[in-house]
Design a protein around this ligand. Structure first.
Ligand code: FUL
Length: 693
């Protein structure tokens, strides 16, 4: 009797053990995020603010010799920045404590090149302190941008600079409370003021900063921080290879700890990478990072920003959106308006999760256990998940809405604490009794959002078709998001014909030529129309079905290009420089063409006060000019140099480069390309234009 009892006891212990094995949580698959990375990932959306001496010199990168006395933001108010970020739905702010010019927004005791020698608050101000206080007040986290490259420091390039750099980091990481992220830009070494040396200093970005020890110091001072570094050593987060606001549709949060990281790895991650290094998508709300008054009408619109949202947060990345601060120390009202409208649009788009608490069924459930059931994926709880048995890498989950339901967005999240697993999935809808494929995609990661035309269906089926290991899905969302119309794009060709276009299907365009805001009573656009010479075109797109209009598209055109001629070049493709089409390009290639002078005959004398250059827009572009000279002439014989310098951040941000100078009479202009981003002899031009008085 006793013996039987013992056997029964052993048997039941074994079977409890057996069941337990069946329903145990899946073991992690590959690298997993740290707690700091998890906390960061859940922030999703936060801000950059760019503010420095560049704000007062209209530059992208300061040289390091700009006068500190220029810095005087009379109305500066970090609380305005924080309020806007908070209302826009952001979770933190990263401030450019020091940009490449070396000017410090805090009174660093290691340099004179800081706010302490400016007229702002009689040298008693500390912008980092004000930012930290404002973040605290608004419940936002604070991050620090400290440029490793310092074009002011006399020691840059020497070992002493590393001590200086670490001293500054220590000031920033010890005096301003908790810092969630530190940002080390990849621009490193080149020409600069360097304490008056005015020379070129090159460093090896993989060794110079001794990142290993710098990181150890950072983690000791701020144990909860994440490190972003594009400067030679893997940090906790990675750049995505572009500043245009998107990361690959396939996006693994993995990289390898060592070895080169080419563009493809930045952009798509590495499927079998040995380290968890997720993607942060950094982009500006305007074309440039610092404030330039001529961009007041170039602030990104809601449809554009929504596109950025889907291509960053919707692609398993975070979104770091920049606000340039104006010389008075405030965010421009246009940027505020765009950010708040964008925040509202995101809220509206994901307000109602149509899948939440609906009936869900999965064809495989781990150990048939309730705790891993399909319902766990639609409970909006980030700590629960649907998981399958270990050997299953293909699986479906079906959601029944109970009645035909209209939707156009699908969101999925993996429980990434157990690694990133899904390699491919499809989405189907049950429409009139038939399953119809809506979309096909690859990775999921922390968050993946798919867009498709609105569909009315009773059920939706999420099929995981390939996975590294058993899928572990934390959340699923189905939404019916409103559609936001893009403002029309406005282009003018060389003969003065204006064309309006959009990617949206079916809207009507209304436009004005007198600077007024178009309404549905303005001229209707039917076909390209003629509007030569100086003219301001404003246009809206209007959707008659919903009665919704886009924001206003706006272009200001200068003098007519009808009589412009490219001089001395026997290649008809060269006319692409003047065709008003930003996606066409002309290249001058060949031995020793640097410096190459592109001469354009404007056909008449004008008072020229600036010029504009747009490099090739294609990602694999070549001939992006970084250093130029600009000459004018009235007779194509005697030339006067009126502007020279660099197109500072053109490689990462290939937008229109605008240079102004004192008005000068000219019929001929010449751009000399002195250097390009790839140090070869190709000069590429998508467009060239002039600014006249
Ligand atoms: C770039 C810098 O060179 C820009 O000036 C800007 O700070 C941006 C965020 O990173 O690469």
């Amino acid at each position: 009797m006793k013996r039987y009892f013992l056997c029964g006891f052993i048997l039941s212990v074994c079977s409890i053990g057996f069941n337990y094995a069946q329903t145990k949580a899946p073991t992690p698959c590959g690298p997993v995020p740290t707690e700091n990375q998890m906390r960061w990932q859940e922030m999703e959306y936060y801000a950059f603010v760019h503010f420095s001496l560049n704000t007062y010199t209209n530059q992208s990168w300061g040289f390091g010799n700009e006068d500190v006395k220029l810095f005087n933001p009379k109305e500066s108010d970090c609380r305005q920045w924080a309020r806007i970020c908070k209302e826009a739905g952001m979770k933190g702010i990263i401030i450019t404590a020091k940009h490449h010019c070396g000017f410090c927004l805090w009174p660093s005791k290691y340099t004179e090149y800081s706010v302490k020698n400016t007229p702002w608050k009689n040298g008693k101000g500390d912008m980092v302190r004000e930012m930290a206080d404002a973040c605290k007040e608004y419940g936002l986290k604070l991050g620090i941008y400290l440029s490793p490259w310092d074009r002011n420091s006399k020691d840059y390039g020497k070992p002493e600079y590393i001590t200086y750099f670490r001293n500054q980091l220590t000031e920033l990481l010890t005096n301003y409370g908790p810092i969630f992220e530190v940002w080390f830009d990849g621009a490193n070494g080149g020409d600069g003021y360097y304490g008056g040396a005015n020379e070129v200093r090159k460093i090896d970005r993989t060794t110079y900063y001794d990142w290993k020890n710098t990181y150890a110091m950072i983690r000791k001072l701020q144990p909860n921080i994440v490190i972003w570094n594009d400067g030679g050593d893997r940090g906790d987060l990675r750049w995505v290879g572009t500043e245009e606001g998107y990361v690959g549709e396939t996006n693994w949060s993995l990289l390898n700890a060592t070895g080169e990281v080419p563009w493809g790895m930045l952009h798509y991650g590495v499927e079998d990478g040995d380290s968890w290094v997720p993607a942060e998508v950094n982009t500006s709300i305007r074309p440039e990072w610092f404030y330039h008054p001529n961009e007041d009408s170039k602030v990104k619109t809601v449809p554009f920003l929504m596109e950025t949202y889907y291509n960053s947060i919707g692609h398993n990345g975070s979104l770091l959106l920049n606000f340039p601060i104006m010389p008075n120390g405030l965010i421009h009202p246009n940027d505020e308006k765009a950010a708040l409208e964008f925040g509202k649009a995101v809220k509206e788009s994901f307000a109602v999760n149509l899948a939440e608490k609906m009936k869900a069924e999965a064809s495989n459930i781990r150990g048939n256990a309730k705790e891993f059931g399909a319902a766990m994926a639609i409970d909006s709880n980030k700590d629960t998940y649907w998981a399958t048995d270990d050997n299953v890498t293909k699986e479906s989950l079906t959601i029944d809405f109970g009645k035909p339901t209209l939707f156009n967005r699908f969101m999925a999240q993996e429980y990434i604490r157990l690694g990133q697993r899904v390699k491919a999935f499809t989405l189907e809808a049950l429409v009139d009794g038939n399953w119809k494929e809506l979309a096909k995609a690859t990775t999921i990661g922390y968050k993946r959002i798919l867009r498709f035309p609105s569909v009315k269906a009773k059920k939706i089926r999420f099929n995981i078709t390939d996975s590294k290991s058993c899928p572990v899905i934390s959340n699923i969302g189905v939404y019916n998001a409103p559609v936001f119309l893009h403002a029309p794009s406005i282009a003018r060709n060389q003969s003065g014909e204006v064309t309006l276009t959009t990617n949206d299907i079916g809207p009507i365009f209304y436009y004005t030529l007198d600077g007024s805001v178009p309404t549905t009573k303005s001229s209707i656009y039917g076909a390209p129309f003629s509007a030569d010479g100086k003219v301001e075109v404003k246009a809206i797109a209007y959707d008659p079905a919903s009665g919704k209009s886009s924001s206003v598209g706006h272009e200001k055109f200068d003098i007519s290009k009808k009589n412009w001629k490219i001089f001395g070049i026997n290649d008809e493709n060269a006319s692409k420089i003047l065709d008003g089409n930003t996606s066409t390009v002309w290249h001058k290639r060949g031995n020793k063409i640097m410096p190459f002078g592109l001469v354009i005959d404007l056909g008449n004398n004008y008072n020229v006060s600036g010029f504009k250059y747009l490099p090739e827009q294609n990602r694999w572009s070549s001939g992006i000019i970084t250093n130029y000279q600009f000459y004018v002439s009235v007779d194509n014989k005697e030339w006067k140099l009126v502007s020279e310098g660099e197109f500072s951040n053109i490689k990462n941000n290939p937008v229109w480069q605008i240079k102004n100078f004192s008005p000068v009479k000219a019929r001929f202009i010449k751009i000399s390309a002195l250097k390009n981003t790839s140090n070869d002899d190709v000069a590429g031009y998508a467009e060239v234009d002039v600014i006249t008085n």
